[in-house]
Write a protein that binds this ligand. Structure first.
Ligand SMILES: N[C@@H](CCC[C@H](N)C(=O)O)C(=O)O
Length: 306
């Protein structure tokens, strides 16, 4: 018999940006000393482990040692904290697909009720507090919105890929992005190695989006635009989607046309996201899916039975 006494685990995704989710409702299951970078890498390994682009630890903010530092006065308003790790074990400040899945898991695990989720809850992240809410409870494809805060320009840069330079705009969505608007055929790009960027502009690394702007037009309800992208994520490599990257790309596509607001449809390899940009904030909407739930095997973890 398989030993099922190990810690609970879920596997899920948002537009195919996939995560191992570790519920830690009282902060005792996954202290930092246990969830070290080596274990994160093993969990995310697609052969040795469960396989994922990252890990989300679902934990009360009060149980996270650095939460007070990153949340400041908002600490008391953020009951829950999204403790995010990239597949290489590094921390990231923010994750737009992950935070939708995070709310989905709070609901699925009975840690939050649907009425509260519909109204929206503040979740702590290392990029600051973010409000997340439930839009539709369709069991086939539940939808969530996230108030991601305003995009912040970081200056011009370039990504070098396959001997070609792609000029881009640095954008912070809490985490750093370099958005390169291009007419290149995205399917033709080789993203098996990360694009080279200027380390002086991005000392902590950067997520790089290669973006085709398909349309941008004025209508009775304001500006609408449609973009598609591929992304090479810091700490992961190419992923099927990036929520913060979709927001950065939407902002950059509008900004390139001299616009500061609009509704942008963002097609990613793993599906479709919607982004509402305004000078005040950025709202990301998209699905979240739980694929499976169960337990991690203690012997795989190297935990002896006590
Ligand atoms: N896929 C995420 C972003 C995850 C963090 C990123 N790799 C970083 O290091 O900043 C998203 O959906 O936003």
């Amino acid at each position: 018999m398989i030993d099922a006494s190990g810690p609970r685990v879920l596997k899920g995704h948002g537009t195919e940006n996939d995560f191992v989710v570790l519920p830690d409702p009282d902060g005792t299951v996954w202290p930092e000393s246990r969830l070290d970078p080596a274990l994160v890498r093993r969990l995310c390994d697609r052969r040795e482990g469960l396989g994922a682009d990252g890990v989300l630890r679902v934990v009360p903010s009060a149980c996270v040692p650095d939460a007070a530092e990153v949340l400041g006065d908002a600490l008391d308003e953020c009951a829950w904290f999204m403790d995010h790790r990239n597949a290489d074990g590094s921390h990231a400040e923010m994750c737009g697909n992950g935070i939708r899945l995070y709310l989905h898991v709070l609901l699925a695990e009975g840690l939050l009720d649907a009425q509260t989720a519909r109204a929206g809850v503040l979740v702590g992240t290392r990029g600051g507090p973010r409000r997340v809410g439930l839009t539709t409870q369709d069991p086939a494809m539940p939808g969530y919105w996230v108030d991601m805060g305003p995009a912040r320009p970081l200056g011009r840069g370039e990504a070098r890929l396959g001997g070609v330079s792609y000029p881009g705009t640095g954008v912070s969505m809490g985490n750093p992005h370099l958005v390169c608007l291009t007419d290149a055929v995205l399917e033709g790009l080789d993203l098996t190695t990360a694009p080279a960027v200027d380390p002086v502009l991005f000392p902590d690394g950067v997520n790089v989006e290669l973006v085709n702007v398909l349309s941008a037009e004025e209508g009775p309800a304001g500006t609408t635009a449609h973009v598609r992208l591929r992304v090479s994520e810091r700490g992961v490599g190419e992923t099927r989607s990036c929520g913060t990257g979709a927001c950065a790309a939407a902002w950059a596509a509008l900004d390139a046309g001299g616009r500061s607001a609009g509704a942008v449809t963002v097609d990613v390899p793993g599906g479709r996201l919607s982004v509402e940009v305004s000078p005040q904030t950025t709202v990301l909407t998209g699905p979240a899916v739980v694929v499976s739930s169960g337990t991690l095997t203690p012997s795989w973890l190297g935990w002896s039975r006590g």
